[in-house]
Design a protein around this ligand. Structure first.
Ligand SMILES: CC(C)(COP(=O)(O)OP(=O)(O)OC[C@H]1O[C@@H](n2cnc3c(N)ncnc32)[C@H](O)[C@@H]1OP(=O)(O)O)[C@@H](O)C(=O)NCCC(=O)NCCS
Length: 176
């Protein structure tokens, strides 16, 4: 993805290697390491690290990929469905609509690539994130949660076509 989504507040675009230091500073070193390790996959065309930045400061990111899932159940039940991993918004700017805009950008990116669904895994106890996903039209899959105990997580799926989201009209620019 070469284009970018601009709003009066921030820009969402594909991350570059030079962004990782800023991402580490705003989200934490562990997250910086995660996204740095996704750069070769992005370079190989296997996914996109979507980055939201306010001014010159990165404030959020998510990895969008069309690689097969690691989990056998997900490969079987959601075959060919792109997956979102590791969505993270800087703590001090949460609940300002950045997560929603990132998801909307992912939806637009995937829609333009011809995909009709997208999915993500969410910890069962992450009720805030689940509330956001459900509000945007994601539904829990009709299968057992994965993982065990406190590491249990569910898959949530969004039908890209006809998805409920308010974000696209607020994009003021996109350049492919
Ligand atoms: C989950 C996360 C990505 C959401 O990003 P965000 O920018 O805060 O989300 P938005 O501002 O677009 O949406 C906010 C809405 O999501 C829901 N929500 C998000 N966090 C919430 C929380 N802690 N408690 C309750 N509701 C929450 C609410 O519906 C909220 O709307 P409201 O503020 O009007 O009640 C962000 O909180 C985050 O980075 N969390 C830590 C990492 C994480 O859990 N990632 C998700 C992995 S699946």
């Amino acid at each position: 993805m070469n284009g970018e989504y601009a709003t009066p507040d921030f820009v969402i675009r594909a991350a570059k290697a030079a962004d990782i230091t800023g991402l580490s500073a705003s989200l934490g070193a562990v997250h910086g390491v995660y996204y740095r390790r996704r750069l070769p996959l992005q370079a190989a065309g296997k996914g996109t690290i979507l980055l939201a930045e306010r001014g010159v400061a990165p404030v959020a990111a998510v990895f969008v990929t069309w690689m097969p899932a690691l989990e056998r159940e997900v490969r079987r039940e959601l075959s060919g469905v792109p997956l979102l991993y590791h969505m993270e918004v800087t703590a001090v700017v949460r609940r300002q609509g950045i997560g929603e805009r990132l998801l909307s950008a992912a939806r637009t990116l995937l829609s333009r690539a011809g995909h009709r669904r997208m999915a993500l895994g969410v910890d069962l106890d992450n009720t805030g994130a689940i509330r956001l996903y459900e509000r945007l039209g994601f539904r829990r899959w009709n299968h057992q949660p994965l993982g065990v105990g406190i590491a249990a997580y569910d898959m949530m799926v969004l039908d890209i076509v006809g998805a409920r989201t308010t974000a696209p009209p607020r994009h003021i620019g996109y350049a492919a």
